[in-house]
Ligand binder design. Structure first.
Ligand code: 3HC
Ligand code: NAI
Length: 694
């Protein structure tokens, strides 16, 4: 039963009950229609309350239904029935009234909400727009500008702010049902007060309002389809009569719903929720209690990692080799907090509270009580060995010992301790206080409760934790190697750095691959190439970067790398010096430079990455292709509207085409880096997708 009707004297309550979030499934839609019929037929009922059981009001349309054929009755039909209902209706809102849930509430006469509830129209995040009257009703209720803003951002609106906007009539503390029934009783005998009957005045808008909104949104929501359609729909609210506006909304909704962006963004919604489900991890495994944390190394990563814990109110001890290192690290942390405060996003008191949670130390004795210790020292095995041997001596029994290593083996590191079951990788992404990804690397002997604790910690510090197996570079950096290699080879073969980067930015990446190298510092790759076994990487691909480093061009930090940079600026300026180095290097390797198309740039960079992704999946380093997508979305800024590299390969390109192109590049460039993954070959031969990979 997804709903039931209850009579309380002259007030009817239509209860919706569809755990966990009361998504408006077909059964819920039927239940609302049934409830309305009963309430209409019962002459003793003078007013109706719509309320939800469980933890929330209706959190929106049932997204799982979007991929199948339409199931009747549709939500707009339900909303029409609400409009046609003859008695006043009150929505009693707790938890989250999102999307279709908020649209149901907007079709009621009144909205009563718990003070800690939230409302919102987050459809834009799923690549669609409010398709059950939201684009026509919210502007009528709160005004065009705030309504448009709410729909384009898709962000939740806390109930008190919603009340201020005019979207909530009464805020309630205590028993919501009781308060909603009492409120409803006051409305007995009142005529209906339908939002659709409110008249919008076009004169209230500044001239050119919608054109300005289109231009601004094109910049802020670069490449996104549905925000522009939202503006079209809201414009219709002002230019067309209500019913025609609703028809326009419907047409635009279906245009969005069938777009590849909607499919990709809905994939991301479910991928994000899948990621914490770990095959083989018993559901009843209890995470260890983490009340205090220690971090070794206060450099770029250690400082950012410490901020995450301080932000969550968890005390952190920060250890360095000398006072100078500590002072520098704490100075950077303070500067970061103060910059946030300057933007008005933290008060000076909050800055001090967070700084107060970070305790600097030079002594391992201060780590004896830490529940979780994260190492973030230089990426050198000998140094990490010393650190973990020391930790094994000083850390208390049951403390979790984590490494933030980018590439090194977690099993080797765990082997430096007498407690490998307590060791795992917690790989943050730079800037660690900003990037949402936490790659959690499971060693061969990591205990299940240690893994569960890391997942729990990720949630507490507002990160998305993705579990990876142990291999060189884990999921993200292992795949990045293919991406970086091809970007670097393409410039030798004839593309300019800006051509490569512009193609990637046009695709939706936040920056191109060569810009990314400049940002990270070319010396990092230089050092790692010097340390690597010959034959494990393509020497040609690093040749230009090596020369640039030897010329002192280390990237943005020296105002010169693959590009030139003006002081304090991040805008890449093409460099003649670099163009010459590229040409000389190509000649040195006997490479004949040629015209390179945008399509080749995208295929080479992304298919190299995807082919490694298939290996990552085949070897069980990632549990699911969708986990790999999440790594790329939250760790590397891959555009969400493309769903992630694996989704892109499967759904935009198609796996058979992906395989065909990989084979073609193997013919052109040899099998060393382009041999298709056996998993990809098998899936294509069997006509399967990544969901059937394992
Ligand atoms: N449809 C189907 N399933 C949904 C759902 C929805 N709208 N919203 C959540 N779920 C599922 C999740 O997939 C998850 O399933 P799982 O347990 O099997 O993984 C379960 O409900 C719990 O969800 P969360 O883990 O996200 O729970 P939280 O408590 O963290 O968050 C929430 C709750 C804030 C409601 C969050 O789930 C959310 O934001 N949901 C989506 C809201 C949304 O986008 N609504 C608009 C839908 S589109 C629409 O309404 C179109 C209309 O205009 C026509
Ligand atoms: P960094 O050079 O900025 O900082 C390292 C810090 O560790 C320095 O402050 C140094 O003084 C300190 N240190 C060195 N030996 C120490 C010891 N024995 N005890 C205590 N402190 C010691 O380096 P960064 O970039 O922060 O990297 C740290 C780790 O994080 C490396 O393993 C790196 O691979 C990894 N990492 C780096 C990322 C990045 O983008 N910089 C991203 C993800 C992981």
């Amino acid at each position: 039963m997804s709903g039931r009707f209850e009579a309380h004297g002259d007030v009817g309550i239509l209860w919706i009950d569809n755990p966990p979030v009361n998504a408006i499934s077909q059964a819920v839609r039927v239940a609302i229609l049934d409830g309305l019929k009963q309430a209409e037929a019962d002459s003793a009922i003078k007013v109706l309350v719509i309320a939800c059981a469980g933890r929330t009001f209706m959190a929106g349309a049932d997204i799982t239904e979007f991929s199948g054929p339409p199931r009747l009755p549709s939500l707009p039909e339900v909303i029409d029935a609400l409009d046609a209902f003859s008695k006043p209706v009150v929505a009693a809102i707790h938890g989250t009234a999102f999307g279709g849930g908020f649209e149901v509430a907007l079709a009621c006469d009144y909205r009563v909400a718990l003070a800690n509830a939230q409302v919102g129209l987050p459809e834009v995040k799923l690549g669609i727009l409010p398709g059950a009257g939201g684009t026509q009703r919210l502007p009528r209720l709160v005004g065009i500008e705030p309504a448009l803003q709410a729909m384009i951002s898709g962000d939740p609106i806390p109930a008190p702010a919603a009340q201020e906007m005019g979207a909530i009539d009464k805020l309630v503390v205590g028993d919501l049902t009781e308060a909603a029934v009492a409120f409803a009783r006051e409305k007995i005998g009142s005529p209906r007060r339908r939002v659709r009957d409110i008249t919008l005045s076009p004169n209230s808008l500044p001239a050119g309002f919608f054109d300005t909104a289109r231009q601004r949104t094109a910049k802020e929501k670069r490449n996104l389809f549905s925000p522009q359609r939202i503006i079209d729909a809201v414009e219709a609210a002002i230019t067309l009569p209500f019913d025609q506006g609703i028809q326009r909304e419907q047409d635009l909704f279906f245009e969005c719903a069938k777009s590849s962006q909607a499919k990709a963004l809905q994939h991301v919604f479910f991928a994000e929720r899948q990621v914490s489900k770990i095959p083989g991890l018993p559901a009843d495994v209890k995470p260890r209690s983490i009340k205090s944390v220690a971090i070794i190394g206060a450099g770029t990563m250690g400082g950012g990692i410490a901020m995450n814990f301080a932000n969550a109110g968890i005390p952190v001890t920060l250890l360095e080799v000398n006072q100078e290192g500590l002072d520098r690290g704490l100075g950077v942390i303070r500067k970061n907090y103060e910059a946030t405060a300057a933007k008005g996003r933290l008060t000076s008191e909050q800055v001090e509270t967070r700084m107060g949670l970070i305790k600097p130390t030079l002594s391992y004795d201060a780590l004896a009580d830490a529940d979780l210790i994260i190492e973030a020292v230089f990426e050198t095995l000998e140094i990490k060995k010393k650190v973990f041997e020391t930790l094994d001596r000083v850390a208390k029994k049951g403390a979790i010992l984590a490494s933030n290593t980018s590439y090194l083996s977690i099993d080797t590191i765990a082997g430096y301790t007498s407690r490998p079951e307590d060791v795992l990788g917690m790989h943050f992404f730079s800037p660690a206080n900003v990037m949402k990804l936490l790659e959690i690397v499971r060693g061969a002997r990591t205990a299940p409760d240690v893994l569960a604790t890391a997942l729990d910690v990720a949630k507490r510090i507002k990160k998305v934790g993705v579990v990876a197996g142990n291999c060189h570079g884990f999921i993200g950096n292992r795949m990045l190697e293919g991406y970086g290699r091809e970007g670097s080879l393409l410039i030798l073969e004839g593309a300019t750095p800006q051509q490569v980067d512009q193609a990637l930015v046009k695709f939706g990446m936040p920056m191109g691959v060569l810009q990314m190298f400049d940002l990270a510092g070319l010396d990092i790759g230089y050092k790692s190439r010097k340390d690597r076994e010959p034959g494990t990487f393509d020497v040609k691909s690093g040749a230009v970067a090596d020369k640039l480093v030897e010329m002192g061009r280390l990237g943005q930090k020296t105002k010169a790398g693959f590009y030139d940079y003006e002081s304090g600026q991040r805008t890449p300026i093409p460099s003649d010096v670099v163009a010459k180095v590229i040409e000389e290097t190509a000649a040195q390797y006997g490479i004949k430079r040629r015209e390179i198309s945008e399509q080749e740039i995208l295929e080479r960079c992304f298919l190299a990455m995807v082919n490694i992704g298939c290996e990552v999946l085949r070897e069980g380093i990632a549990y699911r292709a969708s986990d790999i997508d999440i790594v790329y979305l939250y760790g590397y800024g891959f555009p969400a509207h493309r769903g992630g590299p694996m989704f892109w390969a499967e759904h935009e390109l198609g796996l058979p085409k992906a395989l065909e192109r990989i084979r073609e590049y193997a013919r052109q460039h040899g099998p060393r880096w382009w041999t298709p993954s056996p998993l990809l070959e098998r899936l294509v031969a069997e006509g399967k997708g990544f969901a059937q990979a394992v």
